[in-house]
Unconditional design. Structure first.
Ligand SMILES: C[S@@+](CC[C@H](N)C(=O)[O-])C[C@H]1O[C@@H](n2cnc3c(N)ncnc32)[C@H](O)[C@@H]1O
Length: 324
C-alpha cells in the first residue's frame, strides 16, 4: 500500500507556559529530551544567546530530521545547538560528553524539558500502526532504538489475564476484561495484524450503548498498547530523578504529560522533591530542607484559545520544579 505523507510539522503545546516555567536566559544550557518537531526547542533558542546551548534529543530519526530542518530554516547558528538521536532514558552519559566537548563547566544544565508521548506526524503516519484506521502492521514502536516487542506481538502472544491487567492498568479502560477476552478469541482465527482489525474487535467487545461519546471506542486500548510497547512509564520513572540530579542548583525541570498515569508519576516525584525529608517516627527531625521548590502547585493546562487552535492540547498538563 502506498504510504501517505505524514505532516511535516508538529504544533507544540503550551509554548508560552514552557518558556514561563523553564525561564531560559542568555547563556543558559537547556536540554529538550523530547525534541519532536523542534517547536519548543526553537522557542527556547530564541531566548538563549550565542553563549547559550540547546541540546535536543529524540529517538526517532524522522523527528530529529524534521527538527533539524525547522531550526536550520530559522537560521540559528549551528554552534548554539546539538541534536542527538537517542532514547532519553540513555541520554545522560551522551549528554555529559556533549557538554564537556562544548566546554560547559560544570556539566550541569539550567533546565530540562520533557513533552511526552508521540508527535502528530508519528500518530498520522500509517506505517507506525498507531491508529485504529491503519492497515499497516500493528507496530507502535516510536523508534528503531526500541528493541521491545511490537503491539502485534503483545496482542497475539500475551495471555488474556496479562492483556486485561495491562489494558486496565495503563488506561483505566473499564471494558479491559471483555476486550482481552475478545482479542484472545479473535486470534484463534489467525494473527491480528492491523490497527483496523484490532479496532473492530474492540467495537464488538464494548456494548454499543457504552461506547464513549467523544472518543473512538478503541482510544483507550490503543493508548495502553502504545504505553506498553514504548515502556513509557518505566522510562519516565527513570528520567525524572536522573535529570533532576544533573540540574544545577536553581535549574528547572518542566514536564508536559497527556494522560493520568504519566501525570500521577510526575506529580508524585515533584511533590517528593519539594517536601523536606522526614525520618520515620520516632526518629528526630533532621532539619534537612526540601530539595526543590514546586513552581506549579496545580498542573497548568491550555486555555480555550489553544484548545480551539490545537485540539491535541486538550489533555496536556504541565508541571515544574526548581532545584534548590
Ligand atoms: C510530543 S512530541 C514533542 C514535541 C516537541 N516538544 C515539539 O515542540 O515539537 C514527543 C517526542 O518525544 C519523542 N520521544 C518519545 N519517547 C522518547 C524516548 N524514550 N527517547 C527520546 N525521544 C522520545 C517522540 O519520538 C516524539 O518526537
Amino acid at each position: 500500500m502506498a504510504m501517505e505523507r505524514a505532516p511535516a510539522e508538529h504544533e507544540p503545546v503550551l509554548t508560552k507556559e514552557v518558556l514561563q516555567f523553564l525561564a531560559p536566559k542568555p547563556g543558559d544550557v537547556i536540554v529538550d529530551g523530547t525534541l519532536g518537531g523542534g517547536g519548543h526547542s526553537l522557542a527556547i533558542l530564541r531566548q538563549l544567546d550565542e553563549e547559550g546551548l540547546l541540546v535536543g534529543a529524540d529517538w526517532d530519526p524522522q523527528m530529529l530530521e524534521a527538527a533539524r530542518k525547522r531550526i536550520e530554516a530559522a537560521h540559528v547558528a549551528p554552534t548554539r545547538y546539538r541534536l542527538l538521536l537517542t532514547d532519553h532514558a540513555h541520554l545522560l552519559p551522551v549528554l555529559a560528553e556533549v557538554l564537556a566537548e562544548a566546554g560547559v563547566q560544570p556539566a550541569a544544565p539550567d533546565g530540562f524539558l520533557y513533552d511526552l508521548g508521540p508527535s502528530n506526524p508519528q500518530i498520522l503516519d500509517p506505517a507506525r500502526g498507531l491508529s485504529w484506521e491503519s492497515d499497516e502492521a500493528l507496530d507502535m514502536r516510536l523508534s528503531p532504538q526500541n528493541p521491545g516487542p511490537s503491539a502485534a506481538d503483545i496482542v497475539n502472544e500475551w495471555t488474556e489475564e496479562a492483556l486485561s491487567k495491562m489494558i486496565f492498568g495503563h488506561s483505566d479502560e473499564r471494558w479491559a476484561r471483555r476486550i482481552a477476552a475478545r482479542i484472545v478469541e479473535a486470534r484463534k482465527q489467525g494473527p491480528i495484524r492491523t490497527g483496523r482489525q484490532l479496532a473492530e474487535i474492540v467495537k464488538a467487545a464494548i456494548p454499543r450503548k457504552a461506547w464513549p461519546e467523544k472518543i473512538h471506542p478503541a482510544t483507550r486500548l490503543f493508548l495502553a498498547l502504545r504505553i506498553e510497547v514504548n515502556q513509557e512509564l518505566e522510562r519516565l520513572e527513570r528520567i525524572l530523578p536522573e535529570s533532576f540530579e544533573l540540574l544545577r542548583p536553581g535549574g528547572r525541570l518542566v514536564v508536559i504529560t497527556f494522560h493520568s498515569g504519566e501525570d500521577r508519576r510526575v506529580k508524585d516525584f515533584m511533590k517528593r522533591m519539594a517536601t523536606a525529608p522526614r525520618p520515620p517516627w520516632p526518629l528526630p527531625e533532621t532539619g534537612e530542607p526540601a530539595r526543590a521548590k514546586l513552581l506549579t502547585p496545580k498542573p497548568i493546562g491550555p486555555g480555550e484559545e489553544e484548545i480551539q487552535r490545537n485540539p491535541r492540547s486538550r489533555s496536556a498538563k504541565l508541571r515544574a520544579i526548581q532545584k534548590q
